[in-house]
Ligand binder design. Structure first.
Ligand code: HEM
Length: 463
């Protein structure tokens, strides 16, 4: 049995006002273990106590691990009005992106969502296809100029690429010169957010501790790049149809007021952050999984060769790249960019027959749900055929939801799937990617589950 497998059966007594199973005592003294090795620690809890576990940290602060598709469906979909994103998540996250789409709820969230949704409609995405492709091609030209067999960190390359894509596609600005600095700043800031989420007694940001100072510097870098994006966009009146133009033109229905500069800045940071880090992390792990499964890599390359026949992955060809897309979906199952989705109960509720008091904070742990042995055969095995359409239909919807569900479902889902399929196909068409042997591969659990030491590969041109 693997580290992350659930017990095969779990006795679940159900009665009125009974809390879910829990370990004895408070977990305060286990907090560092939970912070440093959340996957291992929570997998242990899952194995010991089942799909719904109560984890009291200190008196007055308890959180819950929820690791069954029915829990996800209940909180994200059928009873979503009873749940919201909790302050312990929103407040630290707002230190980076203020109040934006990702960090808001209620009326304000709905207004912003309605405003931004049109930019992600299928019709608009088709227009973004060429921008994405040209960003990928410029990366491939860079690789072609490298000496044969040079080692690169493909995780870092994917970050550079997705940052360039998101800024070009959504804001019509090329930030190639800034991607390394910006990527690093986001990583520093996200690690800090993770620290604050897990440190209830952290000192306020204005106190100049070394950690706070490091965060403030990263935030300054993010703000300056984003303000420059907005400034240069305002100066160039030719960019009329991208997301930033929509945000600039947006007016409040009641007051007729446009977005303040601060609000605009928050949304641009939100979209750059949400739009690059997750996709880059998912792609990095996809290359790792392909590198460790040469048979899958060969099958994907065959598909790319047959479908594209030497041409570019155009928008018309994308639906035919079915296996490449399955590879990405399977990679998102085994290595999702986050451990789970946080929620707080807004009222007393009942879950799996257990009493859930108002204020309970959940980690809807999709990392475990995507490996739940009841829904996935040989869950630790990398097998893109799980995503053949006929197999997808046999599983409950919430056995797999890497983009979330319900009203907060990822606004960039179709964008990310299109972007990733183009990237995988365009790279596999022109290069062999081989993992450098014996390198350390570990997950950095601080927020997005990035590869801690990157992923070193050699890229060789295919002729
Ligand atoms: C593989 C790539 C991606 C993954 C796995 C992913 C995953 C997710 C998930 C799980 C959520 C829901 C969080 C929750 O409800 O707690 C979410 C929300 C969101 N995502 Fe993504 N995402 C990806 C790519 C993108 C891209 C490319 C963009 C933008 C260009 C984006 C923008 C957002 C935004 C703004 C939200 C908040 C939506 C709302 O609350 O209304 N994401 N994403």
């Amino acid at each position: 049995m693997s580290d992350t497998q659930a017990p095969s059966t779990q006795a679940t007594k159900k009665c009125d006002r009974q809390f879910p199973p829990q370990p004895q005592g408070y977990l305060l003294f286990k907090l560092s273990e939970l912070q440093d090795q959340p996957i291992e620690y929570l997998a242990h809890m899952w194995r010991e106590y089942g799909d719904l576990v109560r984890l009291p940290i200190i008196p007055g602060f308890t959180f819950y691990l929820a690791a069954h598709p029915d829990h996800a469906e209940h909180m994200l979909s059928t009873h979503q009005e009873r749940y919201a994103k909790p302050d312990v998540f929103i407040k630290p996250m707002s230190l980076i992106q203020g109040q934006g789409l990702f960090t808001s709820e209620g009326k304000f969230w709905l207004k912003q969502r309605r405003l931004m949704q049109p930019a992600f409609h299928q019709k608009q995405l088709v227009n973004l296809h060429d921008v994405i492709l040209s960003c990928v091609q410029s990366l491939l030209y860079e690789w072609e100029d490298k000496p044969e067999g040079e080692v690169i960190d493909i995780a870092a390359e994917m970050t550079r690429l997705t940052l360039k894509i998101v800024s070009s596609a959504l804001f019509s600005v090329d930030i190639s010169g800034e991607t390394d600095r910006l990527g690093q700043a986001f990583r520093t800031a996200l690690a800090y957010v993770y620290y604050r989420m897990n440190t209830p007694l952290a000192l306020p940001v204005w106190i100049p501790t070394p950690q706070n100072l490091k965060f403030r510097q990263a935030k300054q870098t993010i703000d300056s790049v984003v303000l420059e994006i907005i400034r240069s966009h305002r100066q160039d009146p030719t960019n009329k149809y991208d997301l930033l133009s929509m945000l600039l033109a947006a007016q409040d229905e009641d007051t007729g007021e446009g977005m303040s500069d601060r609000q605009l800045q928050n949304e641009v940071i939100t979209l750059i952050n949400a739009g690059h880090e997750t996709t880059a992390t998912a792609l990095a792990w996809t290359w790792y999984l392909l590198g460790t499964h040469p048979d899958v890599m060969a099958k994907m390359q065959d598909e790319v060769k047959t479908v594209l026949n030497g041409s570019s992955p155009t928008v018309e060809k994308l639906p035919q790249l079915q296996y490449s897309r399955q590879v990405f979906e399977e990679s998102l199952r085994l290595c999702p960019p986050g451990l789970g989705q946080p929620r707080v109960a807004l009222e007393d509720d009942e879950l799996q027959g257990y009493f859930i008091p108002k204020g309970s904070i959940f980690n809807i742990a999709h990392y475990f749900i995507f490996r739940h042995p009841e829904f996935w055969e040989n869950p630790d095995q990398f097998d893109p055929d799980r995503f053949l359409p006929e197999k997808v239909n046999q599983r409950p919807k919430f056995a797999y939801f890497p983009f979330g569900g319900g009203q907060h479902i990822c606004i960039g889902k179709s964008f990310a799937l299109m972007e990733s399929t183009i990237i995988l196909a365009a790279i596999a068409q022109r290069f062999h990617i081989e993992l450098v042997p014996h390198q350390p591969i570990e997950i950095d659990p601080r927020f997005t589950l990035r590869p801690k030491y990157g992923i070193k590969v050699t890229v060789r041109k295919r002729y």
